[in-house]
Structures are given as structure tokens and as C-alpha cells.
Unconditional design. Structure first.
Length: 466
């Protein structure tokens, strides 16, 4: 407290005049007196904490007997060796954002759960169902199975958040019960935090620990500005570096759930991007190491129709600066499908504004999902024709073409021979594979020797099977 008083006194003594940017944020100010520094968050917590809930997820884990397949034990005990089942529980947090009992949490809190329950701060418990989930966003929408006018937390505009803003984090760390911690916004647009698709997080020093996942990051107006999702920690505890998914992305995801969608669709761009390095910035005459460098553009895609080309740098979307390619994806996603955005593009040192329509990824050819049968190396492989939409679902490059392995039956010949999901079948016995029907026909011919060429993560593999 003494250090805080000293720091505040120094700020007041400096009497720094307000800049135009600071003057525009008249609602935000440092404490002006000792009385102000003794103010409490308690009224704000009392008004909002009821909307933050505990999420209990339980799943059944089946463990195979260690003696299964052992001929010695099967000789004496028979082949019907019982497998053990165990109940595995996890605890996280969630936020009620609609009075009908709609809850937002992290996908990793409920992933694989057979049974999910919601516990309110007042002690009531309810079962719930999953309405929509997405592991790439690490978001899930749940619906409480119960009647009542549930307390809610309004969703704020996370684009208005600034570094230095006071925030509260509410959740259930380590399962000790609902806990409130305070801090500030430490940074914005953080990426490369977790291994999911969207690298755009609000960073805070408010204490966040295991169990806080899915809980609320809240501003001083009592608005949800983020869903706490990750921490940076070497020992499992809080080190003052926590991350939250911005509320504006939560809004878009919630709208998709309310529309009845079975999956969350992202805008299709049809281009690949790299981060702008210092070398690239220097070569292109950029005064900032920021933006998204266009590496490749797919023909007939929204990017191609907008006139985007490799070598250009996108620096802003609708006037909002783009820090890196993850920020570009975030801005396009929160803009929404069907919208036209204005991209600030830099080419040859000259900026220009380019409109681009945000559409769904198309199915340029029918996916024609088939499970290969018969006697071939592909038996048990589930294959589909690649299109931008199928590629998006399988998290592949949008310009991938051909026939892809979408799934594999457990224990099937294809699985035992080493085929993997997202393998693209390029050719079989010298014949280029163009669609699933052709692959199924070739697989049914019963060749004695199979020469198969596969594209796996951009590398061509040639395999021989008998």
C-alpha cells in the first residue's frame, strides 16, 4: 500500500498535461486522494459475482486390462478379460450471459465430458447441455436445464479495453470456491499463447489459476471483457501472466449458437499470411514491424477477387491496426460472415484501401464422404473430396486439393499401415487420384503390389504395400 501511495504521489507531482488520447478517456483516472484509494470493489462484486458459475464436467475413462492379448493369461482366464472404467472429473468456471441460463465457458473445461453440471454462487445446482463448442476458439456455450430468471453479466466491447485498465477476475481457482482477484490489463493482442487457432488474447496480471478457466474478466462497469482461458506458469500457479479471450469474439460465437448452428464457421479468405519481420519491414519501407504479409492467394477466392497479391502487407481492418496474422484472423472473424470489410494494404510503399467480402468457405466439389472397404491398404479409411470448406474443417491449407483421409476406423488395415487423418492421397499405382469414387474403384481392384504416394503436412511420401 505504501508503494502504491508513493507511486500515486509521484504521478500527481509530475502534473503531466493530458494528451488528446488521454483527454478522450475522461472516465479513467488515477486516484486523486487517500479517500479515493480506500474505495472498495465490494459493491461491484456483489452486483456481478452471481453470474459467474462453477462448471463440473465428468467423463468415463475405459482402461484396457494389462493382460489383454497375453496368451498365457488368456489360456487360464479366457479371452473375456474385463476392462476397468474410471470416472474422471474436472472443474472450471463459466459466465451466465443470458437470463434463460445460457453460459459461456472454455471448450477445454467440458471437452469429452459425459455429464456437465452448473453450480451457482447461491448454492443451486443444475444439469446442462452443450449448445455449441469449438476447440479452435476454446469456447463453449452451455444451456442450463432449469427454469428461473438467472443473474447475468453484460458483455462489453473489448475493443475499448486499454493497457492499464483496472479489471477483476472471478472464478473458482483450485476448487477452493468462488474467488475474486484484481489487477490491470497488461497487454493486448497477445498471440502464440496456447495451441489453438486464434492467437489474440487480453493479458492481465489479475491472479488466474487452474479452475479459473471459463471465468469472467470484468471491467469497472461490471461488463464482461474476456473469458479467462490460460496462464503462463512454470509450476502450475499464477505468476501474474494470465490470458483471456476477448468479449467481441465471445459475442460472435454466442450469435452462432443462438442461430442454431451446429459448428462455428469462420470467414474464408483464400490466402496465407506470415508475420512481418524487421527485415521485411525494412525492405517494404514500413515504419513498424506490424501487419500480415500475404504469402499466397488462392484463385477465385475472396482475397483474389479483392485484388490481393503475394507480397502485399495488410496493416488494418476497418481502420483498426493489425499487429500480426492472428490479429487479422481475429478482426475478420469478429466482423462477421456476409460483411464487407475495408483492408488497408501496403504495396511498394504506397497504402491503399481494398474492400473484401467475407463469405463462408465454399465446397468447390461435393465432399462425397466414403469409407473404403474390401481388401486394400485403404480398408477402413474414411475419405472425402477436398474443398476449402473441408480443408477448414480439417485445419488444412485452404488451397489443398484431391482426396483426403478424414478419419480411420480403429484397428483397420489403413490405420495399422500408418495412414493418418489429413493425409492427401496423390496417386495409387501410378494413377493420379482426383476424387473419392476413383480411389474406391482402384482400391477394389485387388492389386498384388500397391504403390501409394501421399502428401503429409506438405511432404511427399512414397509407400509400397503387398
Amino acid at each position: 500500500m505504501h508503494a502504491f501511495l508513493k507511486h500515486t504521489a509521484l504521478l500527481l507531482a509530475l502534473s503531466v498535461p493530458l494528451t488528446p488520447l488521454a483527454a478522450s478517456a475522461q472516465e479513467k483516472s488515477v486516484p486523486q486522494s487517500q479517500t479515493e484509494m480506500q474505495l472498495s470493489f465490494a459493491p461491484l462484486v456483489k452486483r456481478t459475482a452471481g453470474a459467474v458459475v462453477n462448471v463440473y464436467a465428468e467423463k468415463t475413462i475405459r482402461r484396457q486390462s494389462p493382460f489383454a492379448g497375453d496368451p498365457f493369461f488368456e489360456q487360464f482366464f479366457g479371452q473375456q478379460m474385463p476392462n476397468r472404467t474410471e470416472k474422471q472429473s474436472s472443474l472450471g468456471s463459466g459466465v451466465i450471459i443470458e437470463a434463460n441460463g445460457t453460459v459461456v465457458t472454455n471448450n477445454h473445461v467440458i471437452e469429452g465430458a459425459d455429464d456437465i453440471k452448473i453450480a451457482l454462487a447461491d448454492g443451486r445446482e443444475f444439469p446442462c447441455k452443450v449448445v455449441l463448442k469449438d476447440d479452435r476458439l476454446d469456447l463453449a456455450v452451455l444451456k442450463i436445464n432449469g427454469k428461473g430468471d438467472f443473474p447475468t453479466l453484460p458483455i462489453g466491447n473489448s475493443d475499448n479495453v486499454e493497457v492499464g485498465d483496472l479489471v477483476l477476475a472471478i472464478g473458482n481457482p483450485f476448487g477452493v470456491g468462488q474467488t475474486v482477484t484484481s489487477g490491470i490489463v497488461s497487454a493486448l493482442a497477445r498471440n502464440q499463447v496456447v495451441k489453438n487457432e486464434f492467437g489474440f488474447f487480453i493479458q492481465t496480471d489479475a491472479s488466474i489459476n487452474p479452475g479459473n478457466s471459463g471465468g469472467a474478466l470484468m471491467n469497472m462497469k461490471g461488463e464482461l471483457i474476456g473469458i479467462n482461458t490460460a496462464i503462463f506458469s512454470r509450476g502450475g500457479g499464477s505468476n501474474g501472466i494470465g490470458f483471456a479471450i476477448p468479449a467481441n469474439l465471445v459475442k460472435v460465437f454466442l450469435a452462432s449458437a443462438d442461430s442454431g448452428a451446429k459448428s462455428f464457421e469462420r470467414p474464408y479468405v483464400g490466402a496465407t499470411f506470415d508475420a512481418v519481420t524487421s527485415d521485411v519491414a525494412e525492405a517494404l519501407g514500413l515504419n513498424k514491424v506490424r501487419g500480415a504479409l500475404i504469402v499466397k492467394v488462392t484463385p477465385d477466392s475472396p482475397a483474389a477477387k479483392a485484388g490481393l497479391k503475394a507480397g502485399q502487407v495488410i496493416t488494418a481492418v476497418d481502420g483498426v491496426e493489425v499487429e500480426h496474422p492472428d490479429a487479422l484472423l481475429y478482426r475478420l472473424t469478429t466482423a462477421g460472415l456476409g460483411k464487407t470489410v475495408k483492408l488497408n494494404v501496403l504495396e511498394g510503399g504506397k497504402p491503399r484501401e481494398v474492400p473484401m467480402q467475407l463469405d463462408r468457405a465454399p465446397e468447390t466439389q461435393p465432399r462425397d464422404r466414403r469409407t473404403i472397404g474390401g481388401a486394400s491398404p485403404f480398408t477402413g479409411a474414411v475419405v472425402e473430396n477436398l474443398s476449402p470448406r473441408v480443408a477448414d474443417e480439417l485445419r488444412m491449407s485452404s488451397d489443398s486439393t484431391g482426396v483426403v483421409v478424414a478419419d480411420l476406423a480403429d484397428g483397420s488395415p489403413a490405420a495399422r499401415l500408418g495412414f493418418q487423418p489429413r493425409d492427401i492421397i496423390i496417386s495409387v499405382n501410378g494413377s493420379e487420384i482426383k476424387d473419392t469414387r476413383q480411389l474406391e474403384t482402384l482400391a477394389g481392384q485387388g492389386a498384388g503390389l500397391w504403390r501409394v504416394e501421399v502428401d503429409r503436412d506438405g511432404q511427399r511420401l512414397r509407400q509400397f504395400f503387398r
